[in-house]
Every structure is written in structure tokens, then in C-alpha cells.
Design a protein around this ligand. Structure first.
Ligand code: SF4
Length: 64
């Protein structure tokens, strides 16, 4: 399973990082550092989906 951040879509609300700061790290300016494609470690799929759903501007998504 992979997650990704849509380029330029993050507005720095940090709701993703509240769910899991390791899966959803922020950069020094408070924006998501997930990048366009990030592998989710085994067993963390549910947390990843929760974090993706937590983003109020839908900047994150689960990749096919
Ligand atoms: S990806 Fe969404 S929830 Fe995460 S920091 Fe950016 S705007 Fe906030």
C-alpha cells in the first residue's frame, strides 16, 4: 500500500500528522513531507487510511 500527496495541495492543517507523525511527517514550515509516493509499512494500513481521510483539503490519497 502506498500513499501520496498531491503537489501544491497541502495547506498545512497538520490533521494528518496528528493521526501519526511518522506516517505523515511535516516539513519545517508545517506542510506535509509525504511526497508524491510513500510506502506504508505492513500493519499500518488502517492508520494510513485514517490519516488520509483526516486531511480537510483532500491533499492526501491512497494510491492504487
Ligand atoms: S496533507 Fe492535509 S492534513 Fe496534512 S498537513 Fe497538509 S493540509 Fe494538513
Amino acid at each position: 500500500m502506498k500513499i501520496g500527496l498531491a503537489p501544491g495541495a497541502c495547506e498545512g492543517h497538520a490533521q494528518c500528522s496528528v493521526i501519526d507523525p511518522d506516517l505523515f511527517p511535516l516539513d519545517d514550515d508545517g506542510f506535509s513531507a509525504v511526497g508524491p509516493e510513500k510506502e506504508v509499512p505492513p500493519g499500518e494500513e488502517d492508520t494510513a487510511e485514517t490519516g488520509v481521510d483526516a486531511c480537510p483539503v483532500r491533499a492526501l490519497r491512497v494510491l492504487p
